[in-house]
Design a protein around this ligand. Structure first.
Ligand code: FAD
Length: 402
């Protein structure tokens, strides 16, 4: 299928971040083409946690109520050490309109965002279409796209945004290197199970001398379980997960209730520049952090919000792009560093093994959660204290371009 005309913005990648950006640009009336190479939604649920700042972003495009309706509201997290309850985190004390963290499979997040794009006539979506290369000219970029069922297409756009994930082809085309890359030694196995527990909307975090175990509610009576693997578990399977859950929480899960298994390692990087003259990176294309802590997609949403406000100002008010993109690089890089350091610290604390580590962690967690200090923790875990949103000088109101 051909795509007529030129665009103000081409977004490569119809993952959660590209779709949020598409919605925000659509809200601002920017002529946008979004291309996505896959034909189907991801099979695994991947990101599930949606924080209050992200709900504020979704409210700008009229989607907060829809997400709340489809998702589970986590208003409580219980923390255990060696199966003994050490304390609770209560998100219902959070300030603002959304005193909870939502849990929704990433595939559902993607489909809700994509459906909403139909409300914006300035945005076109082309699935089954690969981004191949880009060449920057004086005042535009030539982009080569390859639809699955057609010859290569040449499109002209004023801005190209790579929302194409951690292996970003746009980042490669722009020759932007990644820095501060780190591979952590931890690996995890996870699956979503039919939920027969009586945990309701509560998250459960089990710290243990043998390793960590996390459990989060999902819609439709499902529950996600994530188990830290031992280093000698080279070929983990469903029974590895079920035995680990039994060992670290005492719960017996049924193999027939186990959905698709997903194993993942943890790495981190940030690109050394978020933009070249007319090519910008956003979301995982620009940075990756540990998924433990559930902040990667939420950080990408905030990148998309900041970038959309800049692009809308540029196209509607001719405001200087380079100055604003320098701010984007600085502000969103700082937000990433804060979130990624928190994710790394949380993972370090939760994954320490052995008796002494377990004893000290149990003591520390009990003190943190059972003193007045505990009031500071819900905003921290709900990402309300990550810098880089309220400070944006380019904040725009819904429906008012620029
Ligand atoms: C196990 C796990 C659990 C996680 N849990 C959470 C969580 O609870 N909360 C949270 O905030 N984050 C979480 N994350 C992180 C989160 O999944 C990512 O940060 C998020 O997916 C990034 O979104 P994105 O849109 O930037 O990139 P992606 O989701 O990677 O999307 C990129 C899109 O670009 C497309 N694409 C790539 N190349 C091309 C090309 N050349 N042409 C056209 N299209 C292309 C891809 O097909 C893909 O659809 C988790 C990650 C993992 C692995």
């Amino acid at each position: 299928m051909g795509v007529p005309g030129d665009y103000d913005v081409i977004i490569v990648g119809g993952g959660p971040v590209g779709l949020v950006l598409g919605n925000l640009l659509g809200q601002g009336g920017i002529r946008t083409l979004l291309v996505e190479k896959t034909t189907a939604e991801p099979r695994q649920s991947m990101a599930i946690g949606i924080t209050p700042p992200s709900l504020e972003i979704l409210s700008r495009v009229g989607l907060d109520a829809t997400f709340i309706k489809e998702a589970v509201k986590i208003d409580h997290a219980r923390i255990f050490e060696e199966k003994k309850l050490r304390g609770e985190l209560r998100f219902n004390s959070l300030a603002g309109q959304y005193p909870f963290i939502l849990s929704l499979p990433q595939a559902k997040t993607i489909s809700l965002l994509e459906e909403n794009l139909e409300n914006f006539s300035s945005v076109r979506v082309q699935r089954h279409c690969h981004f191949l290369t880009a060449e920057e000219e004086h005042n535009h970029i030539k982009v080569v796209l390859r639809p699955d069922d057609n010859h290569d297409q040449l499109q002209k756009t004023r801005i190209l945004v790579g929302c194409d994930g951690h292996r970003s082809d746009v980042r490669t085309a722009a020759a932007i290197p990644c820095i501060k890359a780190r591979i952590y030694p931890h690996s995890f196995i996870m699956a979503d199970f039919h939920d027969r527990t009586d945990f309701g909307n509560k998250a459960h975090l089990y710290f243990n001398r043998a390793g960590a175990l996390e459990s989060f509610p999902l819609p439709e009576k499902q529950r996600r379980w994530i188990l830290q693997l031992n280093q000698d578990q080279k070929h983990p399977d469903g029974s590895t997960l079920i035995m680990g859950i039994k060992q670290r929480s005492g719960l017996d899960l049924i193999p027939a209730d186990c959905g698709t298994l997903n194993c993942f390692n943890v790495h981190r990087f940030v690109c050394n520049r978020y933009f070249t003259r007319r090519i910008v990176l956003c979301g995982d294309a620009a940075h990756v952090m540990s998924p433990i802590g559930g902040q990667g997609m939420n950080t990408g949403f905030a990148d998309a919000e900041y970038l959309a406000s800049i692009l809308i100002r540029h196209f509607h008010h001719s405001q200087d792009l380079e100055t604003m993109l320098n701010d984007y690089d600085r502000v969103r890089r700082q937000a990433f560093m804060v979130a990624a350091d928190r994710a790394a610290r949380g993972m370090w604390l939760g994954t320490r093994r052995g008796r002494t580590a377990s004893f000290l962690r149990g003591l520390g967690v009990s003190i943190l959660l059972n003193t007045s200090f505990s009031n500071r923790l819900p905003p921290y875990f709900a990402m309300q204290t990550i810098p880089g949103r309220s400070r944006s000088p380019y904040h725009f109101s819904p429906g008012t371009p620029g």
